[in-house]
Design a binder for this molecule. Sequence first.
Ligand code: NDP
Length: 277
Amino acid sequence: MDIRRVGVIGDPVAHSLSPVFQQAAFDATGIPARYERWHTIAAELPARIAGLREADCFGANVTVPHKVAVAALVDSLSETARRIGAVNTVINQDGRLLGDNTDLYGFMRSLLTARPGVERDRILIIGAGGAARAVVAAVAEIGVAGITVANRSPERATHMLADLHVDGAEVIPLADWDLMGAIRDHSVIVNATSIGWNDDQMVLAPELLDAVDPHGLIADLTYRDTPLLVQARARGIAILDGLPMLVHQGARSFELWTGLDAPIDIMMAAAERTRET
Ligand code: NDP
């Protein structure tokens, strides 16, 4: 069989971990495929997506900043991609392109694994961007006890909840006073903003962490030890970083491209090894 092509489309993609754990999955399952980094600026996006229709191509993952734009360039969308309004996986089905979104699945799997019984939790989500949409859709699908969204621009959070058809969730501003009340009332807190990813900022002031339920969970979608995770761990609070979400969304993409079960343990180990280097 000829070697098949697949890759990650974004700007930038140089630091993406996807090539590492996806290639590990193709190698472990004996599928002759090469997973590449496809750095793509916005002006080149239509041509890049058109190239995915070729017979030797499985499709692609899509990352920042193209997840929304790609939705208009494929032939059809999965129900999940339509609801979230973003595509992170394109599947080439004999020249027709299906856009799907596996971020929801990735977050759901990582949360259910880290927090058995999460249905009983009230969840505070900080952020209202693309990643927060997947998180809110995931916890709504799990059917948790309550959802509150805090965002710098609260109106963006309100729009997000309306788009996702999530009823009964609360929106609060990203202000210490409001956050303090919410922290006392929620056992799982998810940072779905980019704060702490490239800087040493904290989305919650350290003193607010003292109010977090000691049996609760703090999740951060970034996949490095952000100050938020470091400080939470120092207080003995359980933490969840974004690596399991990343690997689970990638595993689901692999299954959509190949029709095979993803070798999740091999993918996770490859991602962890690379993160540590
Ligand atoms: P977006 O740009 O779509 O959204 C960014 C969010 O962060 C918004 O809610 C924005 O608030 C908020 N924000 C950014 N800067 C500030 C600031 N200085 N003060 C207050 N709020 C701020 O980004 P994404 O949703 O795509 O990504 C968010 C994070 O999630 C990134 O770090 C990304 O790497 C990570 N991610 C991880 C994944 C994984 O698999 N683990 C998957 C996808 C993303 P406002 O609305 O007010 O602008």
